[in-house]
Design a protein around this ligand. Structure first.
Ligand SMILES: [Ca+2]
Ligand SMILES: [Ca+2]
Ligand SMILES: [Ca+2]
Length: 496
């Protein structure tokens, strides 16, 4: 292993929290030290066995082919006038790893991991595959530094046959039960269903026979009549089932968003359409009344073919953004971001969207982003365009406005899902239709800072209607539902 590593520089920068014990002193405020200078002779022609000087790309480095005892030196040379090893320290290592090193099999790596014995005690080992630095304590390699897990590839984990096509999937935890998925199925005959996560994947747990049902805080699909009801289901701890809780009048409800402001619970419903063509109607914010134990109308907000509500909080501010899809003539309509002021939502900003179907808010570092899924461009009786931009906006903290950050071409996008794996951030888009086919790729994008989101994986889907990310026992998954086939697929995100 060590023969494959070309060490260029090894520095020990000591930065220590000052602590004093009675007589034993921790080493503190030490200057950065060049560790290599302690083991290398100034005259490079007199190097100890197993050590060679190397030149690569104009940089000189040291090549260790085997550890040798003459390379050790007493710690008192480093830690002067103090007794205890520093509580905090950083080691800066610059390594040149040959191609062969990065292709060492994992099995070989594990063998090396196990070979820590008393002989190696105190030795550091850099593993280029795991990008980790380890210290042998005499029996095992203890992690000093290890890189966060990264997405390697995506594998199919489960193909779940469902009773019918599915509009929406929601994954959530139920205490005492585990991970569950609620799916809004299209067929009225079979209704919607709740699935429970098992070691082999999701298994049917409960059918919700009430057609066009809503599971509380989790999902809903509306009915295509002028007036309809959405039903709130509540998890019954005693019966271990979702039970009917409250019915609310809705108009082709497309989405429910539950949120809390000042310890009050609210529900926002996206009323899509009244009758066959009236899209400019009110959507409703409900508030939970603790006394009557029911949801009551709190505020009505005008919407145009509303598809989605997204609630989010930035510092002390609460925002609610609606995805407006259609006003009866065109899909080029304003979607509206509201901000909570004195107990109600007021317009904060309007953004032009094209059949907006989903808003997703996410944060990277201290930055706040909003991404919209644009479905298609349509005006009057003209043709529809499905390959259009969906746009990521960033909140400009100074200007206090969301500004365009990145355009991404999507194909009748119906959902964006943001998730993080270790230090990496991803967006996956549900592309549903390209004008000819429902069989097309959903694309996984990785955050690359200045470059924005860059496509990294193409996942074949059929009539994709929704993506959800979830984690279970340290493993990460993505599930998608299909509006065109009676199946859902679970993908496992393989990391290294
Ligand atoms: Ca929503
Ligand atoms: Ca979404
Ligand atoms: Ca989703």
């Amino acid at each position: 292993m060590s023969s494959l590593i070309f060490v260029q520089l090894l520095l020990l920068g000591l930065r220590v929290i000052s602590t004093t014990t009675d007589t034993w002193r921790h080493c503190t405020d030490l200057l950065p030290l060049d560790l290599l200078s302690f083991v290398l002779e100034r005259d490079t022609s007199k190097l100890v066995p197993g050590v060679h000087m190397k030149q690569a790309g104009g940089v000189r480095g040291v090549h260790f082919s085997s550890p040798h005892t003459v390379l050790s030196f007493p710690s008192s040379q480093l830690l002067v006038n103090c007794d205890l090893f520093p509580k905090e320290f950083s080691i800066v290592v610059t390594l040149k790893v040959t191609h062969a090193a990065s292709t060492v099999s994992k099995k070989h790596q594990d063998l090396l991991l196990r070979s820590c014995s008393e002989l190696q005690q105190g030795q550091l080992w850099f593993n280029p595959l795991r990008k980790g630095l380890y210290l042998c304590d005499g029996t095992a390699w203890i992690t000093v530094l290890e890189d966060h897990k990264r997405l390697d590839y995506v594998s199919e984990h489960q193909v779940l046959t469902t009773s019918s096509e599915t509009h929406d999937v929601e994954v959530f935890q139920v205490p005492g039960m585990g991970l569950m998925a609620a799916m809004a199925h299209r067929s009225k005959a079979s209704g919607s269903a709740v699935y429970l996560w098992t070691h082999s994947g999701f298994k049917l747990y409960q059918n919700i026979t009430t057609h066009e049902a809503l599971v509380w805080r989790h999902f809903n699909m509306g009915k295509k009549s002028e007036m309809d009801f959405s039903v709130i289901y509540k998890w019954s701890k005693k019966r271990k089932k979702f039970v009917r809780f409250q019915s609310l009048q809705t108009y082709c409800a497309r989405d429910w968003e539950a949120f809390n402001i000042n310890r009050q619970t609210y529900l926002a419903v996206a009323n899509h359409r009244q009758g066959n063509n009236n899209h400019t109607i009110d959507s409703v914010i409900y508030r939970w009344n603790r006394l009557t134990k029911s949801f009551e109308v709190h505020q009505m907000l005008p919407t145009s073919g509303a598809y989605d509500w997204e609630f989010f909080t930035v510092g002390p501010y609460h925002f609610l953004v609606v995805a407006n899809a259609f006003d009866g003539v065109t899909t080029s309509v304003d979607s509206v971001i509201y901000v909570w002021i004195n107990g109600s939502f007021q317009v904060f900003q309007t953004i032009k969207t094209f059949c907006a179907t989903d808003w997703e808010m996410f944060q990277i570092g201290g930055r706040v982003f909003l991404v919209v899924a644009n479905g298609h461009r349509l005006h009057g009786n003209g043709p529809s365009r499905y390959a259009i931009n969906s746009t990521i906006y960033e909140l400009d903290m100074n200007g206090q406005l969301f500004v365009r950050f990145q355009d991404i071409v999507t194909y009748s996008a119906v959902d964006w899902e943001f998730f993080s794996l270790g230090e990496e951030h991803f967006l996956v888009v549900a592309n549903s239709f390209n004008g000819e086919s429902y069989s097309l790729n959903s694309i996984l994008y990785r955050w690359q800072g200045y470059e924005g989101f860059v496509p990294v994986h193409w996942l074949p889907t059929i009539g994709c209607s929704d993506w959800e990310f979830f984690s279970f026992k340290g493993e990460s998954y993505l599930i998608y539902s299909s509006a065109k086939a009676p199946l859902s697929k679970v993908f496992k995100l393989k990391t290294y």
